[in-house]
Design a protein around this ligand. Structure first.
Ligand code: NAI
Length: 251
């Protein structure tokens, strides 16, 4: 079976993804700042907002890894600096290091959001951030290009999408590793309440009205598992909405 690292494994979408991957026969190593509530084949406790903590975690992860699901994330009610670190800079650092341990056929899936769909409006900024060569260089770039608290969640999901779409072909595909995003709409997890705070009750209620209900996290996990697996071997550099059709109702 394959060895797959899953971040954010201790809650919500990460937890359901880990469970599904194990049912499918994978060996799942979890990463989270909190202890997991399910059985895994390995677990490393790490704060993915700190480069040093990520480097320490990397020393505990296997020498060979077939897949990586970057699911850990914080909502936009967290401070901008933390959102930048967890949702983009730390994710990117972990991915670049783990990709070096992947054989041909490796696969990376990043969880973005339908809240990142406005990336074309800021694509030049996101491309410039994507080009920064390291975690520290990314922080320095952000000090020169500050991101407002109110839209920081959207900003770093957009940045994640642009990095995935551009770097999947440039850095990763060259060595036979695919990278894609899954973009959920609202999902019943502990951070759903933070989105009400971020977006306002009105918007969240309007979305809920359109879709009847948010997704359950086990309705998002299968899309992540598909993109990680060999059945998706010809799929690379996409951002797949898994939102019950919600994003298309905005048109
Ligand atoms: P959740 O809050 O249930 O799970 C997030 C997990 O990430 C938790 O286990 C948490 O401990 C971990 N985490 C957060 N910061 C960390 C850090 N610094 N170091 C290590 N682990 C850390 O949230 P959910 O909903 O499962 O979110 C998963 C992903 O899906 C996130 O990237 C989120 O932005 C994204 N998403 C969620 C939506 C929703 O409506 N729930 C909608 C669209 C995207």
């Amino acid at each position: 079976g394959k060895t797959i690292v899953v971040t954010g494994v201790s809650s919500g979408i990460g937890s359901d993804t880990a469970r599904l991957l194990r049912q499918q026969g994978a060996r799942v190593i979890g990463l989270d700042r909190n202890d997991p509530m399910l059985t895994l084949d390995g677990f490393v406790k790490a704060d993915l907002s700190e480069q040093a903590a990520i480097d320490a975690a990397l020393r505990q992860l296997p020498e060979r890894v077939d897949g990586l699901a970057n699911i850990a994330g914080v909502p936009g009610t967290a401070p901008v600096d933390l959102v930048a670190r967890v949702n983009f800079l730390g994710l990117r650092h972990l991915t670049q290091k783990l990709a070096e341990r992947m054989p041909e056929g490796g696969s990376i899936v990043n969880v973005s959001s339908i809240l990142g769909f406005e990336w074309p409006a800021r694509v030049d900024l996101h491309k410039a951030l994507a080009e920064t060569p390291s975690f520290e260089a990314g922080l320095a770039w952000l000090a020169r290009h500050p991101v407002p608290q109110a839209s920081c969640y959207q900003y770093f999901k957009e940045a994640l999408i642009v990095w995935t779409l551009t770097q999947s072909q440039r850095q990763f595909l060259a060595r036979g590793v695919r990278m894609n995003c899954v973009a959920p709409g609202p999902v019943f997890t502990p951070i759903l309440g933070d989105f009400v705070q971020m977006l306002g009750q009105e918007r969240v209620q309007a979305d809920a009205h359109r879709m009847k209900r948010p997704a359950f996290s086990d309705e998002v996990a299968p899309a992540i598992a598909f993109l990680l697996g060999d059945d998706a071997r010809w799929v690379s550099g996409i951002n797949l909405p898994v939102d019950g059709g919600l994003a298309s109702t905005y048109i």
